[in-house]
Design a protein around this ligand. Structure first.
Ligand code: ATP
Ligand code: MG
Length: 440
């Protein structure tokens, strides 16, 4: 910008300067979570803690880095995550390390390593934190994103599957989200799935050349994944394909039926989606997703997803232990909460202490410190700001009260107070200021 242009348009000039100041930017697909959004995050997190605890889930904190083979073996070598999305690097001792792309495999590793299977079953855990996937960043899809997830070990009873869905429903209701839909499916077990795979391969055998390049590969190494390919021509080709739910063995069929009947008893509406196979290899029987309507979620409509993984603990070397879990994509959840304009309260100071002069400033500091020690949020003016600008800041911060202390007040031993919400005002003794009843 030229100087003349700057004088003409000072706002634009400011912006120009601001941009020049940005020397470092966050990596692609990685984002900061700032106030006021952070309050939506905190609300969602604290609600999850409250609801999940009521169902007996205990927090577990798992490392962010693990040995690469933990993910490669469990998620599956031919899945999108392992084939192209993992952040994998050699450490200084040339071990292959991966930034966790999901939480289930680390929790299973921990469950076995810490012999948690010796505790009474079922053992139920939740975790919360960042996951990393090298994906093409777009709305609802990041390279570092956050999940809250749960894993429950030790029972195959469909009652647990239904309880977990019910827990998710309650969690969403507490956040005033009633618009989300539950999709459920059963993808059978190692006994019945091979028959289904055969039937699917048979159905697709003369259509392989019309599938997208990814699905042509999947036809060979992971045919079930063809069912959830988002490509519209693949969706067309799939029409009329055999349904996995028609191929379930007796045990899987009765497990699925009992699960569905419990959902009915619990008054949970759902939609059976036989194409929902989920992207990870470790799933067995129950799978489910929570999706948002188009207008809320945009392109990425799956907010939470999960399922049973009855064989994974054993495959990791542990005792045979049926298990089930899910993960909520926090960015997508928060996006919906924002779109719905849910009323999340942003904490504001209870009192702003505006002071004039050094001595009053000291008195204000002492009052603020006493109030803070009682857990009351108190803000102060700084840098000899004028009373007017201090009051402006108090207002901007949404303070409930202002206390004003100047030389006159110091002399009389009084503090002026004003309630910024209803305009009432008065005086109270400096010594009693920390007991001022409006603050409690
Ligand atoms: P998608 O089909 O959207 O790629 P996925 O099957 O890979 O999802 P899961 O591994 O089941 O996802 O993870 C559970 C949830 O985590 C997803 O439903 C989504 O809400 C969220 N999630 C997954 N990948 C990302 C990402 N890259 N950015 C933001 N959220 C994500
Ligand atoms: Mg994915």
């Amino acid at each position: 910008m030229t100087r003349k242009e700057k004088e003409k348009n000072p706002r634009k000039a400011d912006k120009c300067n601001e941009e020049k100041r940005v020397k470092y930017t966050a990596l692609k697909g990685v984002h900061d979570i700032l106030p006021p959004d952070i309050y939506i995050w905190q609300k969602a997190e604290s609600t999850a803690r409250e609801i999940f605890s009521a169902y007996g889930f205990q927090e577990i904190r798992i490392p962010i880095i693990e040995s690469t083979d933990i993910f490669a073996r469990s998620i599956g070598e031919t899945t999108d995550i392992v084939e192209k999305e993992m952040y994998t690097f050699p450490d200084r001792a040339d071990r292959s390390i991966t930034l966790r792309p999901e939480g289930t495999a680390p929790v299973v590793r921990s469950y076995i390593e810490n012999h948690l299977y010796n505790l009474p079953s079922p053992q139920k855990f939740f975790y919360s934190g960042p996951m990393f996937r090298y994906e093409r960043p777009q709305k609802g899809r990041f390279r570092q994103f956050y999940q809250i997830g749960v894993e429950a070990f030790g029972t195959a009873e469909p009652k647990l599957d239904a309880e977990i869905i019910s827990m998710l429903k309650l969690f969403l209701e507490k956040l005033q989200l009633k618009e989300l839909k539950f999709e459920v499916n059963s993808i059978g077990c190692s006994k019945c799935r091979p028959d289904y795979k055969k039937a699917l391969l048979n159905f697709l055998s003369d259509k392989v050349s019309d599938l997208c390049p990814d699905c042509s590969r999947r036809y060979i190494n992971n045919p079930l994944r063809i069912l959830d390919c988002k490509n519209s021509s693949c969706a067309e080709i799939r029409k009329g394909s055999p349904k996995i739910t028609d191929y379930l063995c007796k045990e899987c069929k009765s497990h699925f039926e009992e699960f569905l009947s419990l959902l009915n008893i619990l008054n949970i509406s759902y939609n059976i989606n036989p194409d929902m196979v989920r992207g990870l290899d470790y799933y067995t029987r129950t799978t489910f997703e929570i999706t948002s309507p188009e207008q809320l979620g945009g392109a990425q409509k799956t907010v939470a997803a999960g399922g049973r993984y009855d064989r994974l603990v054993e495959e990791f070397g542990g005792p045979p232990t049926p298990a089930i879990g899910f993960a909520i994509g926090m960015e997508r959840l928060v996006e919906i909460l924002k779109a719905l304009n849910s009323d999340f309260c942003i904490p504001a100071p209870k009192v702003f202490i505006a002071t004039i002069g050094k001595n009053a400033g000291l008195e204000g500091l002492l009052i603020a410190e006493k109030l803070r020690s009682k857990g009351i949020r108190a803000e102060l003016g700084y840098d000899n700001a004028s009373l007017k600008s201090q009051l402006r800041r108090a207002d901007k911060l949404g303070s409930n009260y202002v206390f004003i202390i100047g030389d006159d007040e110091l002399q009389s031993g009084m503090v002026k107070w004003k309630n910024l919400k209803d305009g009432s005002q008065g005086e109270t003794g400096i010594k009693d200021a920390t007991e001022f009843k409006g603050l409690y």
